[in-house]
Design a protein around this ligand. Sequence first.
Ligand code: NAP
Length: 203
Amino acid sequence: MRKIGIMGGTFNPIHVGHLMLAQWAMEEQDLDEIWFIPTGYSYMKEEQNVVSPEDRFQMVLLAVADNDRMCCLDVEIKREGYTYSYETIEQLKKEYPEDEFYFIFGADCLFAIETWRCPEKIFANCRVIAAGRGGASEKQMREKIEELEVKYGADIIMMPFPSLAISSTLIRERVREGKNVRYLVPDLVADYIEGKRFYENEG
Ligand code: NAP
């Protein structure tokens, strides 16, 4: 049985915060591999300026190319219509029944997950690793975890993680302002963004 960490995300674009979270979870929770899964079309992000699923997938591929314990799956970008995490987790469980899946995510997802489609099916098919960013929010996270465990029988691991004020929004803003995003994203991703002139004219 392998222990597989799932890093789902819009990744618009992927940045060092995502990569560091994945690496951290792999080491702290003794995972064998990390599978990045870029979202297809999200009903929650319809209004926002999100580059195509294929391009976000390409950027993740480039970001993990030099790490043989990380890979990027196209299961969500290939799915018709909106994508829901519970479908992805169910699909993975069916295809890889021997493996144990750990859905890795940050604090915001922990508080939002009940607004997602069928959270009970997510909790039934995987464990969750929630990255705690320390400070005052830690108490609230612990309370939320307890609530989800009681309500859904969820199995959630709170993983302390250094607070990194890096986000995809920050990257997009810097590109729009004509600033360099080197060291915030892998070099190959920075080149891809520049080559495709993404985020330069966002409204
Ligand atoms: P994202 O913005 O690309 O971020 C991916 C993950 O990285 C999130 O968990 C995020 O934590 C974390 N992260 C980003 N920057 C970080 C930093 N500096 N330090 C620590 N963690 C950081 O992806 P997203 O749009 O939130 O989507 C995340 C997952 O939720 C995806 O798998 C998506 O499919 C799923 N989702 C599912 C549904 C549904 O099924 N209905 C609805 C919405 C989202 P935060 O949570 O703290 O931002």
